[in-house]
Design a protein around this ligand. Structure first.
Ligand SMILES: *Cc1c(COP(=O)(O)O)cnc(C)c1O
Length: 389
């Protein structure tokens, strides 16, 4: 039997490209706070109960009921409804960002396909492709994010972009990538981890799929790994759902519940984080101890103009390069309101030198994830350390 491949809807629906009928963040956030409330019966708990279940009571014909814990779970459904509300698209949740990315790749690629991925994006996506897809006969090509759309996508079955890229914060034009992908008959997948649906809406710009690590800002409390896939293409989504059910990459109900709790404050946290990043990025750029700053919100950043057209906010990640690796380590480890840690998007500001993982960046480069601390307190703490470098 030939493998079933998710297909585009007939006639390649271009209707959404360029239209930007984007739901407003305020509308999304207000609706999210009342999503469950509107479906409650008298006496129901206002907060979502956690359903821990492998078995469900299932006499007779099982059709239409919860059957088994790998197939469905009421806590997952509530979290998927929340993400679907935010993405304005059906969503399937996963136990990590990589589980979501793996689902997107494994449900759409077969032997003989070519896939294009960023050379400067999250390194595990590249490792997954090279370690497992390549030996299955999938050809992997890479391009830098900043020049991703410079050549066409002819011959690719799938094009994967990450914008702004982690860690370099380069940007590529999602709408242009969507147009090029459609012309080439390729599926466009966008990793939207660094922006969240409140900062950037790739499906509205024409992407076929969004994947994201909700481990980062959406959960926001540095205690859960999580991910999701969103798509308005039903054949893609149903393949993703089958993948989770058959491969068993299912999220735990408790983790799902924690993510829902995180989502309830995401708009508030994201607003604070992006606002503080926009306040301190120019101050960092103006400090003598700092050699270079990457932040899409700075007018002289190479990504600035494009960021203005496709991002609602400039994000909460700042790329900083100091003069030496020692100065970099001192900034990270001596600033009392910086948590030295890998990963990002928590309520606490965190930072790390990405070169320690082998990313192709200067040894003096730091990825700073701005948290929810009051902005001036955070800046004073940073400034005291910077002044001593
Ligand atoms: C963290 C991250 C991932 C992977 O997410 P996990 O939850 O760690 O599996 C994927 N893409 C990007 C851009 C990330 O930052």
């Amino acid at each position: 039997m030939p493998p079933e491949r998710p297909s585009r809807p007939a006639g390649h629906d271009n209707s959404r490209i360029g239209i930007r009928v984007t739901k407003k963040n305020q509308e999304i956030a207000a609706g999210l706070a009342h999503l469950r409330g509107h479906g409650l019966d008298k006496g129901d708990a206002v907060a979502l109960p956690i359903t821990l279940a492998s078995m469900y009571h299932l006499p007779g014909d099982p059709a239409g009921f919860n059957q088994y814990g790998r197939f469905s779970n009421p806590t997952w459904e509530a979290v998927e409804a929340a993400f679907a509300h935010m993405e304005d698209a059906p969503v399937v949740i996963f136990p990590s960002g990589m589980a979501a990315i793996a689902a997107a790749l494994y449900t759409t690629l077969i032997t003989g396909d070519r896939v294009l991925i960023p050379s400067d994006g999250y390194y595990t996506t590249r490792m997954l492709a090279e370690r497992f897809l390549l030996p299955m006969g999938v050809t992997i090509d890479t391009r830098p994010t900043s020049g991703f759309c410079d050549e066409d996508f002819e011959g690719y079955a799938l094009v994967f972009v990450e914008t702004p890229s982690n860690p370099g914060l380069d940007i590529c034009d999602i709408e242009k990538a969507a147009v090029q992908a459609r012309r080439a008959g390729a599926l466009l997948v966008v990793d939207n981890t660094t922006m969240t649906p409140y900062g950037q809406r790739p499906l509205d710009l024409g992407a076929d799929m969004v994947v994201a690590a909700d481990t980062k800002a959406p959960n926001g409390h540095s205690d859960v790994l999580f991910g999701h896939v969103a798509s308005r293409n039903e054949s893609i989504l149903s393949a993703i759902r089958d993948w989770r059910k058959l491969a068993g990459a299912i999220p735990g109900p408790f983790e799902s519940w924690l993510v829902l709790r995180g989502l309830e404050t995401l708009e508030l946290r994201f607003d604070r984080m992006c606002g503080t990043a926009a306040l301190i990025a120019p101050r960092l750029a103006g400090h003598k101890a700092v050699r270079a700053v990457r932040f899409p919100g700075l007018p002289d950043d190479p990504a600035h103009n494009l960021a203005q057209t496709q991002m609602q906010r400039s994000g909460f990640l700042i790329g900083l390069t100091f003069k030496t690796e020692t100065a970099t380590e001192a900034f990270i480890n001596e600033t009392p309101y910086i948590q030295p840690a890998t990963s990002f998007g928590g309520v606490h500001t965190s930072a790390e030198r990405r070169a320690r993982w082998g990313d192709a960046v200067s040894p003096a480069f730091v990825r700073l994830s701005v948290g929810c601390e009051p902005a001036e307190e955070l800046w004073s703490a940073m400034q005291r350390v910077l002044d001593g470098l």
